[in-house]
Design a protein around this ligand. Sequence first.
Ligand code: HEC
Length: 402
Amino acid sequence: MTRRVMRSLLAAALCAAAVPAAASDLRVCIDKTSDSAAMDRLVARSVARVTGMPLAVHEFDGDGGGGDEGFALKNFRVLATRDCDLVLGFPLDASRPEAPVGLSATPAYAHIGFVLAEPVGQTERDLGDFPRGSDVGVTYLTTPNLYFAAHPNVTANVFKTEAETIASLVSHQVKAALLWRPTLVHYELTHPHGEKFAVHELTEPHARFDVVALYAATGDAAARKFTAAVRGLERSGKLAALVAPFALPGPSDAPYVPLVALAAPQQHAALSESGERPVVIAAEGDGGAGLPALYTAAQASAGAQKFLANCSMCHGKDLSGIAGPALKGKNFASAKANFHVSDVFRIVSTNMPATQPGSLSHEDYTQIMAFLLQQNGYPAGNAPLTYDGALKSMVPLLYHGS
Ligand code: HEC
């Protein structure tokens, strides 16, 4: 060994020893164009919390600019070596689970896939239940088009895009459609007043996918921590809630698993009826100069009361966190975590209150969101926040208080 090599090895060892062991970032890449990106963000956020690692999210455009080939597999190698340690949200065909060349995959943290979607109330459970020649919508060049449309009971109505296939289902032009579950969920989340559809797992090969995180050799330690944290979330039943509603329903249409059961539901009523003087929570920061005004002052003050009644027992009257995490401040809304108003609103409206997810009215959720924005330093304005608007808002959520 030359002296020079020895010197640099020694230097490397010294450097490694000097780096503090704790608080390295959980560096993840998330495909912002993926219909299940919200699920990946949620899983990343929970893993960051249980490992105590600050979350750093690098978003990428997995549509690859809309080219025909989509996003080349070699780009994942670049992401995993340059931009992050873990590329979340990669679906591996469960009948042939192989990571792209040069990368490894963590165990699955969710199962997603293509499903049979039909209007609620129809009784079919899979393609075999339909009368021969039933009109079923599929999207051109997707797996259902390639593999499932040959089923003798199916007369395939082929549409150019998933959006058109969903439209055919909504207009009842077809009896059922074969769809990528996350795309249907995305549609339902962004059309909260529209028709809901029943979904059933397809038993055909290539219908089920394992959602994994991809990593290069450099991401090995991060992958191990991620996997251990995911296992913990799985054991506590939290993972199921985090990946719902994107995950496959399971053969028995398993019911929605609540996130945690910490406070008895009665506590909500007790708090609001206790006659306690409402705590007046002042607006934060510098009044939010230069930031978008996304809600009205009236919404935020109504939201403050509803927060006290439904959320404060877990998140604290001052939002600093008790059983649930803090809902204001730099750790909640950091630039590195790269969250948007819609991400938080989706958590709030579908997973909260943790004991009774989805139990509040759209108006309640919208007002509570207005209150959270106010507490994180966003200014009030003339235009009210709407439920649909909050679900779609890509305004970055950053803490602007002092
Ligand atoms: C019974 C306790 C409980 C109640 C009530 C509750 N939450 Fe939560 N909340 C939690 C827990 C626990 C988590 C963390 C979940 C996780 O990451 O696994 C959480 C997470 C959240 C998050 C995500 C925070 C983050 O940093 O990712 C938001 C936002 C949130 N809650 C808002 C609300 C709102 C708004 C209400 C009232 C409508 C509410 N919660 C009611 C326990 C609760």
